[in-house]
Design a binder for this molecule. Structure first.
Ligand code: ATP
Ligand code: MG
Length: 415
């Protein structure tokens, strides 16, 4: 019996994993430098949390969740995103109402979509959330952090930061009416999904990926022309601060987010390198969501999530990253093993990558193994070397070899 993985799920290993670790460590240190603290969240949550937190009429809740009834009759889902879980944890752990909080998370998300380039059923997001401030300066800081996430990977030339304002509960309802009026007139030309959206959540039509719908959307009224004074003012401040921060951006009046809870500033980091899955990361402001999820007061919040799979993909397409190779392969034999292991230990403690042969095979075979591991140096420890307290070190690229004292070898520090 041969087993295979499920559609849309992946095994990640080999050279790919080097890129994953590189991206994750660069982003973790970037977020840490902005004062974010890591938050680890469960992968399985009660389904009701996502229905409420993401919105009943979103694509995610309507058709993309991996949900099932647990043995005790509880309805549970693999998390499709991190914000609802983080806010649940924030409320549940009594962190509310204590000043600005900044968290980041990294982990797998699950959505039952049609797998294609940049779109999987299990994927990884790294995201941030900031709670308890509605300042426009914070919106600019978070949008700039999203942009800088590409910049630390030297990908700023192949991404673009797009921003928009989605209004608030004061101005969005009137705008919704305008949208409904516009799309009702051309109802027959819209796809089936959009016809349903028109009834339940008209704003979502603007996010339709259908080519014909995209053409019809071009002439639709936009939220930016219909913002209330407060939202308009807030958006001007965000733009001003982004300019002060020297962050390039483009205004995209048609950008809406896939999740229901966003108000005011929304932003996306997009690229043309991934076909139709063009967003590398996205986020926005969600003041009020905490209250919706059972928080005790109207707490402000803003955040974004980056699709690590997509970021890795564009990084692999654009540049080679430094990959660490084995530094030393220690060649030793039954009677010199004890000595060899001391040298292995000492070099590993200095931070070198050190390997040796677990099968203790012949000299020829050990040199082959060293070659196969692409080691920079082989260190040969024979009986006469032990007696003279020396080793033979061979540069595997040039083939040059010389004898050095064991103490000199063990005194080498990693640069
Ligand atoms: P899209 O419009 O591409 O479906 P989305 O609006 O559903 O994206 P979000 O929910 O905002 O995406 O998630 C944030 C990021 O997570 C996206 O910008 C993307 O990089 C990544 N992402 C979302 N869904 C997937 C997926 N199925 N596979 C891989 N990455 C994904
Ligand atoms: Mg989606």
């Amino acid at each position: 019996m041969k087993y295979s993985k499920m559609k849309g799920f992946r095994d990640i290993f080999g050279e790919d994993i080097e890129y994953w670790q590189y991206v994750e460590s660069k982003l973790k240190s970037l977020f840490t430098s902005y004062g974010f603290k890591e938050f680890r969240l469960p992968i399985l949550e009660k389904t009701a949390l996502f229905n409420r937190g993401i919105g009943d009429t979103t694509d995610i809740v309507e058709k993309e969740m991996f949900s099932f009834e647990d043995k005790d009759g509880e309805f549970v889902s693999l998390r499709p995103e991190g914000t609802a879980s983080l806010l649940r944890a924030y409320i549940e752990n009594g962190l509310i109402n204590n000043g600005v909080k900044k968290f980041y998370y990294l982990g797998n998300m699950f959505r039952r979509e049609r797998p294609q380039k940049g779109r999987f059923r299990q994927f990884t997001q790294i995201g941030v959330e900031v709670l308890e401030s509605s300042s426009a300066l914070l919106d600019a800081e978070i949008a700039s952090l999203l942009y800088n996430s590409a910049k630390v990977l030297e990908l700023e030339n192949i991404v673009e930061l797009e921003i928009n304002s989605l209004g608030c509960k004061e101005c969005r309802p009137d705008y919704n009416e305008l949208l409904i009026a516009y799309f009702k007139n051309i109802k027959d030309e819209l796809c089936g999904d959009c016809n349903r959206r028109l009834e339940r959540n008209p704003l979502r039509i603007l996010d339709c990926k259908n080519e014909n719908c995209k053409k019809l959307i071009k002439d639709a009224p936009v939220m930016l022309d219909n913002l209330c004074c407060e939202c308009s003012d807030h958006f001007s401040q965000v733009k001003k601060h982004l300019n002060e921060m020297n962050i390039p951006y483009k205004i995209n009046p048609f950008m809406v987010r896939g999740l229901d809870y966003y108000i005011r500033t929304a932003f996306e980091l997009v690229t043309t390198m991934l076909g139709s899955a063009s967003a590398v990361g996205a986020g926005g402001r969600y003041d009020g969501l905490i209250k919706t999820l059972g928080g005790s007061k109207d707490t402000a919040g803003i955040g974004f999530a980056i699709g690590v799979d997509r970021l890795v993909e564009i990084l692999q397409q654009s540049k080679k990253i430094p990959i660490r190779q084995t530094d030393y392969f220690i060649v030793c034999f039954e009677n010199t093993l004890e000595h060899g292991l001391k040298i292995v230990k000492s070099l590993r403690e200095k931070g070198f990558i050190v390997e040796y042969d677990y099968d203790q095979s012949s000299m020829k075979s050990q040199m082959k193994k060293s070659n196969k591991l692409d080691a920079k140096f082989s260190v040969i420890i024979g009986e006469d070397e032990v007696n003279s307290l020396e080793v033979t070190i061979k540069d595997m690229l040039s083939g040059y070899q010389k004898r050095v004292s064991i103490s000199d070898l063990c005194a080498i520090n990693r640069d």
